[in-house]
Design a binder for this molecule. Structure first.
Ligand code: KIV
Length: 285
């Protein structure tokens, strides 16, 4: 089955069912997410925090993103693979942004790119789209510029900021993006935005009225333990189970219980004779 295309994603705004998006950073997760029938796999720059151990997404580089996008792309048949443009890979100029966006498609097997920001990046979105590269927007809480918008908190609770976010979403939609992520905005605002633009809205901490939903996979399966945002639902809590398995392994190896004959190879009669003769020649005792 070929990968989903932007027109098929846009169509779902009117036909449903709601769109699903999850993050992946390696081939195994990419495969499982694809096999689960998720529509879009986002290689998010959340990579920096959940996989590379950075304090924020800001230090993530183009090379790191491309490296992980290549791995993800190898595991996906049907979902659309979206590469997240890292901080400073699209802010310098629309031409620079286009050249970096092109690398996600040409070098890493992505089908589309995502970038953060509203009106200020609308010309950049236009430039990338005009070259034939599909773009997903991202407004509301934009983690790459979290400090300039007052930190990691809900955006658009006052009239001024709500108006800004609505206008940002309209600008990104008019610039030709085929979908837009709304992060950490009140449900009432995401409902208004969803009704005001023609492209699907994909919510994260944006309530139930969006056209789709995205989560960081490591959050929803309990693999990222540092903190869990309120909007995350943990569908499984893997970290405690993994730790239990690691401790059991340590304990069994130390006690000589693993490996047992069950997990070992026997060479048969010929090998026994060969080892016996080697033993006579080499063994110290
Ligand atoms: O980087 C990321 O994973 C994202 C999602 C949270 C939308 O941008």
């Amino acid at each position: 089955m070929p990968r989903l295309t932007p027109p098929q994603i846009i169509e779902r705004k009117s036909t449903g069912p709601k769109l699903t998006m999850l993050t992946a950073y390696d081939v195994n997760f990419a495969r499982m997410i694809d096999e689960a029938g998720i529509d879009m796999v986002l290689v998010g720059d959340s990579l920096g925090m959940v996989v590379l151990g950075y304090e924020s997404t800001v230090p993530v580089t183009m090379e790191e993103m491309l490296h992980h996008c290549r791995a993800v792309s190898k595991g996906v048949n049907h979902a659309m693979v979206i590469g997240d443009m890292p901080f400073m890979s699209y802010q310098i100029s629309p031409e620079d942004a286009l050249s970096n966006a092109g690398r996600f498609i040409k070098e890493a097997g992505c089908d589309a790119v995502k970038l953060e920001g509203g009106k200020v990046v609308a010309d950049t979105v236009k430039r990338i789209v005009s070259a034939g590269i599909p773009v997903v927007g991202h407004v509301g809480l934009t983690p790459q510029s979290a400090s300039s918008i007052g930190g990691f908190k809900v955006q658009g609770r006052d009239l001024q900021r709500a108006k800004e976010i609505l206008e940002d979403a309209v600008a990104i939609s008019s610039a030709g993006a085929f979908a837009i992520v709304l992060e950490c905005v009140p449900s009432e605002l995401s409902a208004l935005i969803t009704d005001s633009i023609d492209i699907p809205t994909i919510g994260i901490g944006a309530g139930p009225k969006c056209d789709g939903q995205v989560l960081v996979t490591h959050d929803m399966i309990g693999l990222f333990e540092k903190f869990t945002p309120r909007f995350v639902k943990k569908y499984v809590d893997l970290a405690p189970q993994i730790k239990k398995a690691l401790s059991a392994y340590k304990q069994e190896v130390e006690a000589g219980e693993f490996p047992s004959n069950e997990e070992s190879f026997s060479g048969g009669e010929e090998a026994v004779l060969a080892i016996k003769s080697l033993k006579e020649k080499y063994a110290k005792t």
